[in-house]
Design a binder for this molecule. Structure first.
Ligand code: NAG
Ligand code: NAG
Length: 377
């Protein structure tokens, strides 16, 4: 009798559990199915400002997969992001309500996960193939675009060619590249090969002409909404202030490079859109977005924009950020996390301007306008 009563109570509790599980399943389907159907894929190309872990899978010195990188990430672990926490693609994903796409080289990026997009970025790369040669194994832009093509073949195997094309056409794309063509190429060493070959203004014209080819290629591969960031204020990062700045001022030469590059990028994008007959490319003025808090850090709640949170030497701007570096206790009050990369809080300010900024920041329109326009078409 004891055994029969215990068996009946087991069976009723088991059916109760099944009902709960069924209820959960229905709830899950109800809440996620429409989202999954509408979610917009997100593709990311570029350098360390947007790499979220591809270089972890490569034999390269350009990596951010050990502490204290990731100290403020939800898991508190390093991921390969060059940030104390979230980076710009993460925050764009957050803003548009999608999951952050995984690094393309991750073995976990397969099946359904592919439909959210992919991040192809690789720290150290530039527009030119010879940028970042000192990092040896990195995914150069032409290779990132080859992977994008390979990605589309893989997704075609899942959902067919027509749906894949639609997914890519309707996706949001972010392209962040160019800073390394100056920092890790033209100005890497005195009398670099490129600086002997070109004057700075001629070099900028050449780099822009190569950038144009990459943008045309990403369009040919199906992208129809591409955020293109210009370079930040290259001379004002702690590394350059420490190495080239006089009395803590921004490096004049690198600021001159950014000053030549960014307006020509906007002009090139404007012409490209005119040729295509549609606002496919949107220029994000990363220079201005950064200069706002560099010029007036206190107004944005930063104690400094010159000293990196993690690093050593003057301005914590020398060498890499590692476990033995100086580390600030509160990352939110530093504009720069390491010698080159903004902190998560600075990234949030940048993404807010991408989302809502005027045409001074986003040309011809901001991300909220893009979201509104694309939801209607
Ligand atoms: C970069 O290298 C790839 C592969 O070798 C080549 O197809 C491409 O034209 C090169 N780009 C430039 C700008 O030299
Ligand atoms: C940017 O976004 C805001 C809404 O968030 C909007 O009011 C504003 O007009 C937009 N500006 C441009 C130039 O698109």
């Amino acid at each position: 009798m004891g055994s029969s009563s215990s068996s009946s109570s087991w069976s009723s509790s088991s059916s109760f559990t099944s009902w709960i599980m069924l209820g959960l399943l229905v709830l899950t389907l109800a809440s996620f199915a429409p989202l999954a159907a509408e979610a917009r894929a997100f593709f990311v190309f570029g350098d360390s400002l947007v790499d979220n872990g591809n270089n972890n899978y490569l034999a390269t010195t350009a990596r951010a997969d050990s502490p204290p990188y990731g100290i403020d990430f939800p898991t508190r672990l390093p991921t390969g992001r060059f940030s104390n926490g979230l980076n710009i693609p993460d925050l764009i994903s957050e803003a548009i309500g999608t999951e952050s796409p995984m690094p393309y080289l991750s073995p976990f990026l397969k099946g359904e996960k592919l439909l959210a997009g992919a991040n192809f970025a690789s720290a150290g790369i530039g527009i030119l193939n010879d940028t970042g040669i000192q990092f040896v194994n990195i995914i150069r832009m032409y290779k990132q675009l080859e992977y994008f093509q390979q990605y589309q073949q893989r997704v075609t195997g899942l959902i067919g060619a027509e749906q894949t094309q639609r997914l890519v056409n309707e996706a949001l794309v972010l392209m962040t590249v160019g800073g390394n063509d100056f920092v890790n190429n033209y100005y890497l060493v005195p009398f670099s090969a490129r600086s002997r070959q070109f004057s700075l203004p001629d070099y900028v014209v050449y780099v822009i002409s190569e950038y144009r080819k990459l943008l045309v290629r990403v369009y040919e591969l199906g992208a129809r909404r591409v955020l293109v960031t210009g370079t930040g204020p290259l001379g004002c990062v702690p590394s350059e202030i420490a190495q080239r700045g006089i009395n803590g001022q921004c490096s004049v030469e690198l600021q001159r490079a950014a000053g030549l590059f960014n307006p020509q990028l906007v002009q090139m994008i404007t012409e490209l859109n005119r040729e295509i007959g549609s606002d496919v490319f949107v220029a994000a003025n990363a220079y201005q977005m950064n200069m706002d808090f560099i010029n007036n850090p206190q107004a944005f709640g930063f104690v400094t924009s010159k000293v990196a949170c993690c690093g050593q030497g003057p301005y914590n701007g020398i060498g890499l950020c590692t476990v033995i570096s100086n580390l600030c206790p509160n990352r939110d009050i530093y504009a720069f996390w390491d010698a080159f990369h903004p902190s998560e809080r600075a990234n949030r300010i940048i993404v807010q301007q991408m989302l809502r900024g005027t045409t001074k920041y986003m040309h011809p329109m901001n991300l909220s306008t893009i979201m509104l326009l694309d939801s209607r078409t």
